[in-house]
Design a protein around this ligand. Structure first.
Ligand code: ZN
Length: 83
């Protein structure tokens, strides 16, 4: 599978974590902020574009690709059928 969708990820100093940047209107300017604590992500050098699979390594679940859509598609393995 070829991944073409990327997400802007940056370091949030407040969360001490890599977060997917969100856009927010600060004053009259759109700025990239942390979706968790709304700190403005001003450190341009920490920005990078990651694909969905890279994001999962950071602990993010991509919509539609969460745990319920994991390896067992039948739902009969016992661990995912009781979700
Ligand atoms: Zn944060």
């Amino acid at each position: 599978m070829i991944e073409t969708t990327t997400f802007d990820v940056a370091r949030c100093s407040d969360c001490a974590a890599d977060v997917v940047a969100a856009w927010d209107l600060i004053g009259d300017e759109m700025q990239r902020v942390c979706p968790h604590c709304e700190t403005v992500l001003a450190d341009e050098s920490s920005f990078r574009a990651l694909t969905g699979s890279s994001l999962r390594r950071l602990g993010y679940a991509i919509e539609g690709e969460g745990p319920k859509a994991s390896s067992c598609s039948s739902g009969g393995c016992g661990s995912c059928s009781r979700a």
